[in-house]
Design a protein around this ligand. Structure first.
Ligand code: SME
Length: 169
C-alpha cells in the first residue's frame, strides 16, 4: 500500500487532493494499533502530498508531565524537543484544544522559531476515542499564509479518522 501511495498522482484541486489522501491514509492505517506507527504514517503521507509542507509532525502530550508536549514522529528539519502548554502555537493549541491557523508566525506572540524559514503554520489538536488530548499535529510552511480554513477542516478530518476512531477500524 505504501508503495502504491508513493506512485499516486494527486489531483490538483486541494479538496480533491485531501479527499484522496484521507482515503489513502485510512487504507494504510487499517488494522495498525500502534500510535507511533500511525503518527509516523500520517506525517509521512501529508509531507509527501504537499510541497509547501516544510515541517509536518506531532508533538505528543508527555505521559509523565500533563502540561508539556514532547516531539513525536515528524518530517522536516530539527524541531524543538519540548513545548510547555500555553507556549508558542503548539502549546496554545494544546492548552485551548482549538486549531490554530497562523498566516504569519512572526506576528504570533510567543511563536517558537525552531527553523527561521518557517513563515506560516497550522496546528490541530489530536484527541483519542475518549476525547482526551493526546497530541497536536503541527504543519509549518516556508510561505506566508499557506494555510486556510479548508486545510484546517481537512487536517481535522484526518486526525479524527487516524486517532479518534477505533484504532483497528
Ligand atoms: N513553531 C512551533 C514550534 C514547533 S516547530 O515549528 C517544529 C510553535 O510555535 O509552536
Amino acid at each position: 500500500m505504501a508503495e502504491a501511495f508513493n506512485d499516486l498522482i494527486l489531483p490538483a484541486d486541494k479538496a480533491e487532493r485531501y479527499r484522496t489522501l484521507t482515503d489513502e491514509i485510512k487504507a494504510v492505517l487499517e488494522g495498525e494499533p500502534n500510535l507511533t506507527a500511525r503518527m509516523a504514517t500520517v506525517a509521512s503521507m501529508l509531507a509527501a502530498s504537499f510541497d509547501h509542507f516544510f515541517w509536518t509532525g506531532f508533538y505528543v502530550v508527555d505521559p509523565d508531565k500533563d502540561d508539556e508536549l514532547v516531539v513525536g514522529p515528524y518530517q522536516g528539519t530539527l524541531g524543538c524537543l519540548r513545548i510547555k502548554f500555553g507556549r508558542g502555537v503548539c502549546g496554545t493549541a494544546a492548552a485551548t484544544g482549538e486549531t490554530q491557523l497562523v498566516p504569519d508566525v512572526h506576528a504570533f506572540p510567543g511563536h517558537i522559531a525552531c527553523d527561521g524559514r518557517s513563515q506560516s503554520e497550522i496546528v490541530v489538536p489530536v484527541f483519542d476515542a475518549a476525547d482526551r488530548l493526546i497530541a497536536v499535529l503541527d504543519v509549518d510552511s516556508d510561505q506566508k499564509a499557506a494555510f486556510d480554513e479548508q486545510d484546517a477542516l481537512w487536517l481535522q478530518v484526518i486526525v479524527k479518522e487516524a486517532f479518534s476512531m477505533s484504532r483497528t477500524a
